[in-house]
Design a protein around this ligand. Structure first.
Ligand code: FE2
Length: 359
């Protein structure tokens, strides 16, 4: 396999002396290198290199128009950092400064002209073998990186899936199918996209929003599933689902969990500061929680819930627009409305100026 890699190598010979080029090419062919080409005009070297994509370059140093140093300077930008493209310099000048300069310019080895054919072939073979091994190592690294990326993806997916199951676990008492939590995620993502938030933010909210009511796990069934109106004391218990949810999700190392925590804790805050649990006002309320508050309200109103039958869409919109700027962030109600293709009611449009001034 490695031998094949060496034998199949493409070799470019650059020397202004045609006799030298011919000699090297015939030596190479005799040795079994079938893909060797030569140029005698160094000005063509860079173009030939681009076409041929050689595995090795044999380069004369002293040439008219463009010397070997200049050829190497022009080749350098074409060679990717992680590629090992050996350049074997052929020179009659064996002085130390020339050797140092050639090495600094990118040469990998030297041959002093005139050279012994056996030595030439051995050096060529060594350089090509190094290139083959370098390429193998790079492929191996790429495979390892791909494996690590796949494992990381798997871990992330497991992480996301566990959070999804947690959301379903929380909802299964009053939303057996888990469809409400999923839809809230979709609506939240639609709002985020509509207001132009970055793609990563949109994906995070899509996955975090379904966890908004995870704290219901800590609310007794007798209160959570009570069909009739709640007493004030019972409502106080219901309210704790925000802080319980916040506690369940607190201290997360990842963005997704931190977003979910903010959502769970603050999705019942109101824009005017009269919500719970902390009575935050306006932009004090984390954006992710404001987005989910609108998405949750819309979906709860437009679908049957244990405590209420679905409203007609236009009635739900009437309520949402009515609460824009008091209960909800008006710009986010507007965003959901635009995302869903729902026109704002005329009455609301008329007082749009006031609403805009409210935040
Ligand atoms: Fe809630």
């Amino acid at each position: 396999m490695r031998e094949e890699g060496v034998r199949d190598a493409r070799i470019l010979v650059v020397d202004d002396q045609e006799a030298n080029v011919e000699l090297l090419l015939s030596l190479l062919r005799r040795e079994g290198y079938a893909h060797a080409v030569g140029v005698t005009d160094p000005r063509e070297a860079v173009d030939r290199c681009r076409d041929l994509r050689p595995d090795l370059i044999l380069l004369d140093l002293m040439m008219p128009h463009l010397d070997g140093f200049e050829v190497m300077a022009r080749l350098r930008p074409m060679i990717p950092d992680d590629e090992y493209l050996p350049i074997l310099v052929l020179t009659a000048d064996v002085t130390l400064p020339t050797r140092q300069r050639a090495l600094a310019a990118g040469a990998h080895d030297f041959l002093v002209k005139p050279s012994d054919a056996t030595e030439v072939m051995l050096r060529i073979r060594n350089l090509l073998m190094t290139r083959v091994l370098h390429r193998e190592l790079r492929r191996h690294n790429e495979r390892l990186e791909a494996m690590v990326a796949a494992r990381t993806r798997e871990l992330e997916e497991t992480h996301v899936e566990l959070l999804e199951r947690l959301a379903v676990a929380a909802e299964c008492r009053d939303d057996a199918t888990g469809q409400h939590t999923r839809r809230v995620g979709e609506h939240a993502a639609a709002i985020a996209a509509q207001v132009g938030l970055p793609a990563g933010w949109i994906e995070t909210i899509r996955r975090a929003a379904p966890l908004h009511d995870v704290g219901k796990i800590g609310v007794p069934d007798a209160i959570l599933l009570k069909p009739a109106g709640l007493t004030a004391a019972e409502f106080e218990v219901i309210k704790t689902h925000t802080t319980i949810g916040g506690r369940i999700l607190a201290g997360g190392r990842y963005e997704l969990l931190r977003t979910a925590e903010a959502v769970a804790r603050h999705h019942h805050e109101r824009w005017d500061g009269t919500g719970y649990p902390h009575g935050l006002r306006g932009e004090e309320i984390p954006l992710e929680a404001r987005v989910v508050a609108v998405a949750d309200a819309y979906d709860s109103m437009t679908h049957d819930r244990p405590y209420r039958k679905a409203l007609r869409a236009r009635d739900a919109w009437e309520i949402l627009w009515g609460g824009a700027g008091t209960q909800w962030d008006a710009s986010l109600v507007e965003a959901l409305s635009a995302a869903m293709g729902a026109a704002p009611p005329t009455a609301v449009l008329a007082r749009d100026g006031d609403r805009q001034r409210s935040h």
